[in-house]
Design a binder for this molecule. Sequence first.
Ligand SMILES: [Zn+2]
Ligand SMILES: [Zn+2]
Length: 267
Amino acid sequence: MKIDIHVHSSYSTDSEAKMEDVAQAAAREGIRVLCFTDHIDWDYPVDGLEFDFDVNRYETDIRRLRQKYRGKMDILMGVELGLQPHLGPRYAKLLAEHPFDFAIGSQHLVGNKDPYYPETFEGRSDAEVFREYFEDLYEDVKAFHDFDSLGHLDYVIRYGKRRAKEYSYRAFSDIIDEILKLLVRYNIALECNTCGLRKHLGFPNPHPAVLKRYRELGGTMVTIGSDAHKPAYLGYGFDEACGILRSCGFTHYVYFVKHEPRFVMIR
Ligand SMILES: [Zn+2]
Ligand SMILES: [Zn+2]
């Protein structure tokens, strides 16, 4: 069964994809469970860019699409929360006030900058920035852990000056292990984000060595998402992700309905 539970629409500031078009493309791709996870990234530090949306309107639009595709495809309401330690209480309130099925917690910052912008790496080695990112992520998960899956754990390595050349699980295993232990302790799934495959990193985010380590530390829940910001990328790399997860020791992946995990066997 093919699913995609990390998907953006025009409710995200960085996507122009109409929800209708996303749903139609997903159905065409044979996706059976589609979860919209638009960005809420409060206090995002770039001037003039705000990642926020009207959740009530979002809910109405998703309900309408859910009706339309009933019996063919399950459409779920999710969100991708941009993690920063001080936002925990506000995010907890947001999740309590709206009927989300699924919340991804993602860190898009290092220090107070998005590594997407090259100046984040200016005057520093890639490895230095990567380490700071993981240390921040550890603090984020320690401060707030009411979300269901940790998104693209090694997001930062997509943007290194030398891309992922200064990255390996081994080089950062001390801090990555601490993050993974928090996930296991708080029963948080780990996402296999296929965007890394699409961007020719040669592996998904996080690297399979990290997925494998999560399994070794007792993690059982993995989610799969394309992080598509355009309908054309829906379901990207799903079969490859399943193969990677299987090779890392997982027999199932999960998706969430009303924050409850549903296990699906990997075939
Ligand atoms: Zn993200
Ligand atoms: Zn995303």
